[in-house]
Design a protein around this ligand. Structure first.
Ligand code: FE2
Length: 589
């Protein structure tokens, strides 16, 4: 439970930069609008409009109502598990059975197409960060080796991280970072100065099949394997389970937004198999970004790809099963992330266009069918947490943000959150693909605080918090769902090639503290952990790759004193490739 919440923690919409056409970033004046071409001046109010004459009752955190009865009751449903993945050959979808029969027919006719997108392995490229995008090695129960400082005794629990860990097979390399097989890093901290580490691949069906074949055999986001059109069709698409890992009690779920979650054994990290969470359809996908509020409620969404599909908002129970599921009408392009803000959820739907047909029939990879409609609108869907119904949908100029942070209901009635808005809209994540191929690129976006009117869905305020590209927002778990004054994130200097620093971002003042990494060291997403012995202290926990030593390190910062540098560094027993997202599970008291 959160121990603190007072008005002094709330953002000040009339603070620095308010009422002008310029904003401040850590004392530096930054022109507004640089990163969001298409915003009209009358779309941008530096002082978020005070809402008056509200016809909508906005419950405050204090008056949050108890959970209502399920709208779409699935409570009590048993979480079912697909056939054990290792060695599994049975297709779970009727259409996949059809694809298998078609594949046999194509084989009989000798119809086979060459792979698309896959690249030759071992192309020498001079990019220092590429050591963090190489095949990982599995590790079991190895000790962390101290390099600098000591582990804080109050840092007790388990860090779990997920990310692509297998990129090369049979002399071929996946062209897109998103397509590496999921690998789970676990660092267990005992509070007495010792830590053990494990790294295990997720044994997805594609991983098992590829291992057996010695090559890539399933179509993926950025490539198609050699084979018949049926073998390459979306009906057999790979679920690499590589994007996030979350814990619900003793259940671990490895998440990938284009498929069902994959359950793992919490003790051994063995793969159990795909799960339906009690309410997912046979080909229904589950978000890689569920959000758990400080009060323990977890929200997420599902979507059914293809014609006639659609999205639903869900609330999960303590065991990770879906307890409520309500259709989200009108959402065509599911976002990667969403916002939890007081009594609301907010879905920001960018004008991405998708042509899935070539992928469905096995002629093009999924990423080839994604585009951006520069004349379109970004749609803002505001959802009432108590009912999971859409309250209103508003329109904004086209913009995108992969992730969001710091969602909260402001005293003026607006919903605020921080988006990370890039100059170049990139629905297929091509900047990440280039990075994983060793090309210098920029990732992330300008941190921008947006204010949404929950009566109209319109954006009524926008403040650029820093004139640099940052990503991987993290917040104090006690503030989740009703954001506190600070967000933490990874930063990238213009010449580094990947993230090479961390920053604390004040929602009013911009970047107020930062840690720069040593030359040749690159960072991952940070996680904020509250000290178990002293709740006034909090730690920023992350994993870094030192390209000079070709070594991954577990690193701890004092979250409120980043400029002091690392509080602790420990060497991991093997390089852990750069990852996406992770969680920290505090030790039981
Ligand atoms: Fe993400």
């Amino acid at each position: 439970m959160r121990p603190h919440r007072s008005s002094t923690h709330r953002g000040n919409p009339s603070g620095p930069g308010a009422g002008t056409d310029r904003t401040r970033s850590g004392g530096k004046v930054v022109p507004v609008g640089r990163s969001t071409e298409g915003w009209r001046r009358d779309d941008v109010a530096q002082t978020p409009t005070l809402l008056t004459g509200a016809s909508l009752t906005i419950p405050t955190s204090a008056s949050r109502t108890p959970r209502p009865a399920a709208v779409d009751p699935v409570a009590g449903a048993t979480m079912t598990v697909a056939p054990a993945t290792p060695g599994a050959t049975r297709e779970t979808m009727p259409l996949r059975g059809v694809a298998g029969a078609l594949d046999d027919a194509f084989d009989a006719l000798g119809v086979r197409l060459p792979s698309t997108g896959l690249q030759r392995s071992a192309v020498p490229i001079d990019a220092r960060w590429l050591g963090g995008v190489e095949n990982a090695q599995e590790v079991r129960g190895a000790a962390l080796v101290d390099l600098e400082g000591a582990l804080p005794p109050g840092l007790r629990g388990t860090l779990l991280r997920n990310g692509p860990g297998r990129f090369d097979r049979g002399g071929e390399r996946v062209p897109h970072w998103f397509d590496g097989d999921g690998g789970i890093l676990r660092v267990t901290l005992d509070g007495r100065g010792a830590a053990t580490t494990d790294y295990r691949f997720v044994r997805s069906k594609a991983y098992v099949d590829d291992e057996a074949a010695g090559r890539f055999t399933h179509p993926a986001f950025g490539y198609l394997p050699e084979g018949s059109p049926a073998r390459r069709s979306l009906l057999r698409a790979k679920n690499p389970a590589n994007t996030h890992i979350v814990a619900f009690g003793d259940r671990l779920l490895a998440l990938y937004e284009g498929a069902r979650p994959t359950a793992l054994d919490a003790h051994t990290l063995d793969t159990v198999g795909e799960v339906d969470l009690g309410a997912l359809g046979s080909s229904e996908c589950f978000t890689a970004h569920p959000h758990t509020d400080a009060d323990g409620r977890t929200f997420g969404f599902t979507y059914q790809p293809g014609p006639g599909g659609g999205a639903s908002v869900v609330e999960l129970g303590a065991g990770g099963e879906i307890e409520r599921k309500v259709r989200l009408p009108g959402l065509k392009a599911p976002p990667h992330d969403f916002i939890s803000a007081g009594p609301f959820l907010v879905f920001v739907e960018s004008p991405t266009v998708t042509n899935a047909l070539p992928a469905l029939v096995g002629l093009r990879a999924i990423s080839d069918g994604l585009g951006w409609n520069a004349r379109g609108k970004t749609r803002i869907h505001v959802i009432d947490k108590s009912t999971l119904d859409v309250v209103v949908t508003g329109n904004a100029p086209p913009f995108s943000s992969a992730h969001f942070g710091g969602g909260r209901l402001e005293d003026d009635g607006t919903i605020s959150f921080v988006a990370f808005i890039p100059d170049d809209n990139d629905p297929a994540g091509q900047s990440m693909a280039r990075f994983s191929r060793g090309e210098r690129t920029e990732v992330g976006g300008r941190p921008t605080r947006l204010h949404v009117d929950p009566k109209t869905g319109d954006i009524v305020g926008r403040v650029v918090l820093a004139d640099e590209r940052v990503e991987w927002p993290a917040e104090d778990p006690r503030d989740a769902g009703d954001g506190g004054p600070s967000l933490w994130c990874a930063t990238q200097s213009s010449t580094s090639g990947y993230f090479d620093g961390y920053a604390r971002l004040d929602r009013v003042s911009g970047i107020v503290d930062r840690a720069a990494l040593r030359d040749g060291v690159f960072g991952n997403e940070p996680v904020v952990v509250v000290d178990a012995d002293d709740p006034s202290r909090r730690w920023l926990v992350t994993v870094q790759y030192d390209s000079r030593a070709d070594r991954s390190e577990f690193v701890v910062y004092d979250a409120d004193a980043l400029a002091k540098g690392a509080h602790y560094r420990g060497a991991l027993p093997a390089v852990v490739p750069f990852g996406f997202h992770g969680s920290f599970v505090p030790a039981a008291r």
